[in-house]
Design a binder for this molecule. Structure first.
Ligand SMILES: NC(=O)c1ccc[n+]([C@@H]2O[C@H](COP(=O)([O-])OP(=O)(O)OC[C@H]3O[C@@H](n4cnc5c(N)ncnc54)[C@H](O)[C@@H]3O)[C@@H](O)[C@H]2O)c1
Length: 445
């Protein structure tokens, strides 16, 4: 049987067991982080179910359809259990996790009151922050002045202390901080050597999120990026992650509107229907919305939101269908809505003989409710990847991101169903199970 490069066999990895505690570290302890932590605490107490979490609820088919073998993913691969998670993080605000959750206004007070005891214990460590990278907000809980390298060392101390005092066996870090201003990789990002010199010289092109990521990778901690800014998607940190055998992934959680896009667009393309325009607009009123009201942060978000559609539709392959598409994305800060966002899409499509049609979507979603289970899945899968000896970019986790990271030169796969298949096949591969191609001819022999 011939194999394509995608199918080239790689030996089944040896996965170290998930013994002991897993510490979850989040730079940024705002709406997403507190909704995630409160949710895990609620699930542990039997108050709720882990709705939206693939690691907790999804099954995986093994073998033929006739085998009827579909264990839960969490029973198939060795993942850390929810009872073994320890939480910590950093923020520029001093509020503990309970107060921050009340402030975020995502979860109802009567639920938070039941979780007050564990949430109050989680207090943010002082942050590495730069107002050139996140505008519109400022807070009192910052590290003392020093070079960027000093700050990286302070973060590494925080990581070490957290691990020791909480008795963690392993750690997993995920950026849930604000979206930083758009920057492309600069000269200082081209090699690890240049980056480390830049940390020492306070190079303005190095963002706070990159200092956290550097500290994580140097501490051997996997790093996931839930925001659209660059962070680990730069040669220096890619090189470092590979050399130090640390998994990394990103960027930008695929939740509301882009989640919808990656459901609808592959469907239209699968039927060879054309798209002449896609206008997307959002109103949201949480702190994330306030930060995104700044043009620099919005630019980071816009880039990640725009790229998905272009890469799904492949206008270079289908010029008759997608060459002239007009794609516009707007985000408007509108305080009355808080975290309950509204995302409208108007899609102008055309079919047989070029006849036009329209699709309208009005998604009244809750940003942090959609993002929290993604955070849970990502920290558990990143820990699994590390125990399986996987390093560098974890493309199999593209499923979770608006702008998935890939190996240099490789275009990202945005179609959510291909991403899901890739993720499940990676899990099958990790356990030495047969990959599922969906060919299915054997049923008709
Ligand atoms: N909720 C979603 O559906 C969704 C989807 C995709 C991406 N995101 C991204 O996730 C991130 C978190 O979203 P959120 O709604 O929780 O935002 P939020 O504003 O409620 O929380 C972010 C927190 O990060 C803190 N912060 C900013 N810079 C920091 C730094 N350098 N160090 C430590 N803390 C810092 C802020 O003080 C704030 O408390 C944002 O970047 C957002 O764009 C969210």
């Amino acid at each position: 049987m011939s194999t394509t490069p995608d199918q080239a066999p790689k030996p089944t990895p040896n996965i170290r067991p998930a013994t002991g505690k897993l510490g979850i570290l989040t730079p940024g302890m705002g709406a997403v982080t507190t909704t995630f932590i409160a949710g895990v605490e609620a699930i542990k107490r039997g108050i709720s179910k882990p709705i939206g979490s693939v690691t907790q609820l999804s099954t995986i088919r093994l073998g033929k359809r006739t085998d009827n073998n579909t264990p839960l993913i969490k029973d198939f691969v060795p993942l850390a259990g929810l009872e073994d998670l320890e939480f910590g993080g950093w923020d520029i605000f001093e509020e503990n996790c309970y107060e921050a959750a009340v402030h975020a206004g995502v979860l109802e007070r009567h639920l938070l009151e039941q979780l007050k005891e564990p949430l109050e214990k989680i207090k943010p460590m002082s942050a590495v922050f730069d107002s050139e990278y996140v505008k519109r907000i400022t807070g009192p809980n910052m590290k003392p002045k020093g070079s960027k390298m000093d700050h990286a060392e302070m973060l590494m101390d925080d990581i070490r202390n957290f691990k020791e005092t909480r008795g963690c066996d392993r750690l997993s870090m995920i950026w849930c901080g604000s979206t930083e201003v758009f920057h492309r990789a600069a000269a200082v990002h081209q090699s690890l050597e240049a980056f480390e010199a830049g940390l020492a010289n306070n190079d303005p092109e190095i963002s706070p999120s990159q200092i956290y990521a550097y500290a994580a990778i140097r501490s051997g901690v996997p790093y996931a990026n839930g925001a659209p800014h660059l962070t680990v998607d730069a040669p220096c940190l890619l090189e470092m992650a590979r050399d130090r055998q640390v998994p990394i992934c990103g960027k930008d959680f695929k939740t509301g509107q882009t989640f919808m896009k990656t459901l609808i667009a592959p469907g239209l393309k699968s039927r060879m229907l054309g798209v002449s325009g896609w206008f997307s607009t959002n109103i949201l009123g949480n702190r994330d919305g306030e930060v995104l009201d700044d043009p620099g942060s919005f630019k980071s978000k816009e880039e990640s939101k725009l790229s998905a559609l272009e890469q799904i539709l492949q206008p270079e392959l289908y010029p008759d269908l997608y060459k002239d598409i007009y794609h516009k994305v707007r985000i408007n800060y509108y305080p009355p809505r808080g975290d309950s966002k509204e995302g409208w899409d108007n899609i102008d499509i055309f079919g047989w003989l070029g006849y036009p049609m329209q699709i309208k979507i009005d998604f009244l979603c809750r940003d942090s409710i959609l993002a929290a289970p993604l955070v849970l899945d990502l920290v558990l899968f990143m820990d699994l990847a590390q125990r399986a000896g996987m390093r560098g970019v974890q493309e199999w986790l593209s499923f979770y991101f608006k702008a998935p990271m890939t190996a240099p030169g490789l275009y990202p796969e945005h179609d959510i169903f291909i991403q899901l298949m890739k993720m499940k096949n990676t899990l099958r591969w990790m356990k030495g199970e047969q990959l599922i191609t969906h060919l299915g001819l054997e049923y008709y022999d």
